[in-house]
Design a protein around this ligand. Structure first.
Ligand code: PMP
Length: 389
């Protein structure tokens, strides 16, 4: 059959990087590439108990079709855990926050609509937006997030700005309090809506990040949250909080997409979250990820000495951003690194515009601290090899 593809499908290309990264599934490769939470943090026995309880107490409803908005008690629990007053009626349970991005794109973007993004930004958001064929415009950013002057200059007629203030994917950077205040004031003045994506906000190491942008102007923001990093990504559960002016449209888009997120999973999460479970569980994730970050920083300092490599020190989350010395290219380095048993993600796919070819993303949570040491030594070897060319 000769399938006639939609124009948008013609634009979907298997990424070269994904092809290279397939190799990383080979045994013996230490992958610092994936965005996978550590499976050690998945609370399996709490889920086993919750599963039995849900089936016993509420089995028929848990296995039945349900409302598109989500399971009432879970919406209430989400509203209660957010650090600003949220009406549970404004909470929409989604099939991961990735679905939130898809619904927002469907509801707010036309072909050629301008959507403002950070430099660099979350690749999965660019992928979720792209079927609507918008123009993704990169806002100049530094290690505190978007630059307010550039944001103001590009705000006119943009449908929204997509921001990741906490432990950003891919850079691990965090927007400071003063930058948040300035971004919040500038977007309110320009009438520019914010889509705030915050899957990593709870994974801070030494101190909690400043208040979300949404808390400062709930009427001008759609907020995305996720259970993937604090419970488990396989549940595919996230949520969005949207103001009254846009909530009904997002709900309609949700209905059309998948009717509702799995009733059974929603009830299990609601059950697991009872009696302050997250308050006990999340600190154990923070402690583990902090140790892993420290192992990666120590390895980088040891192994990269004198190579002209620079990197940041993320205050939370899962990722660290590294910049290679002048003349090196992360895409060209990747096969060299894989050859030596380590994989990473080159930075360029994370940019809406031209990317910085010297950048790359490292995850410090999936590999063990010992593996991280071995992997960074191998990466330093690959850098040395490339520098010698
Ligand atoms: N946003 C960001 C910034 C992410 O890093 C991720 C996960 N990689 C998602 C959204 C999607 O997460 P989920 O659908 O599992 O909630």
């Amino acid at each position: 059959m000769n399938w006639k593809l939609a124009a948008r499908a013609e634009k979907m290309n298997p990424s070269v990087i994904r092809e290279i990264l397939k190799v990383t599934e080979r045994p013996g490769i230490i992958s610092l590439a994936g965005g996978l939470p550590s499976p050690k943090t998945f609370p399996i026995s709490a889920f086993a108990e919750a599963c039995a309880e849900v089936l016993h107490k509420d089995g028929q409803a848990a296995l039945q079709y349900a409302a598109s908005e989500g399971y009432g008690p879970l919406r209430e629990a989400v509203a209660a855990m957010l650090p600003w007053p949220v009406d549970p009626a404004q909470v929409l349970i989604t099939t991961g926050s990735q679905q939130g991005l898809d619904l927002i794109a469907k509801v707010l973007l036309d072909p050629a609509s301008r959507v403002l993004v950070e430099t660099p930004t979350y690749l999965g958001a660019l992928q979720a937006f792209s079927p609507m064929e918008p123009e993704a415009v990169s806002v100049a950013s530094d290690d505190e997030g978007v630059l307010v002057d550039d944001l103001k200059a590009k705000a006119k007629d943009a449908r929204f700005v997509y921001l990741l203030p906490n432990f950003q994917n891919p850079t691990g950077r965090t927007m400071t309090e003063s930058r948040r205040a300035a971004v919040s004031a500038a977007t309110a003045e320009a009438g520019l809506p914010i889509v705030e994506d915050n899957p990593y906000g709870d994974l801070w190491f030494d101190e909690a990040p400043p208040l979300p942008l949404t808390a400062r102007n709930p009427d001008g923001c759609i907020y995305l949250g996720s259970f993937s990093k604090v419970l488990a990504p396989g549940l595919r559960l996230g949520f969005l909080v949207a103001p009254k002016g846009i909530f009904p449209k997002l709900l309609q888009a949700k209905q059309a997409a998948d009717l509702h997120s799995p009733s059974f999973n929603q009830r299990m999460v609601s059950e697991v979250m009872k009696e302050g479970f997250l308050g006990r569980h999340v600190p154990t994730i923070r402690a583990l990820y902090k140790r892993q970050r420290d192992a990666m920083l120590a390895a980088l300092e040891r192994e990269m000495q004198g190579l002209g490599v620079s990197f940041n020190k993320p205050a939370g989350g899962m990722f660290l951003w590294l910049r290679l010395p002048e003349g090196l290219d992360a895409v060209a380095l990747l096969p060299e690194a894989v050859e030596r048993g380590v994989a990473f993600v080159p930075g360029t796919p994370f940019y809406a515009g031209a990317g910085d070819p010297r950048t790359l993303r490292l995850s410090f949570v999936t590999a063990s601290a010992e593996e991280i040491g071995t992997a960074i030594a191998a990466l330093a070897d690959a850098v040395r090899e490339q520098l010698a060319h």
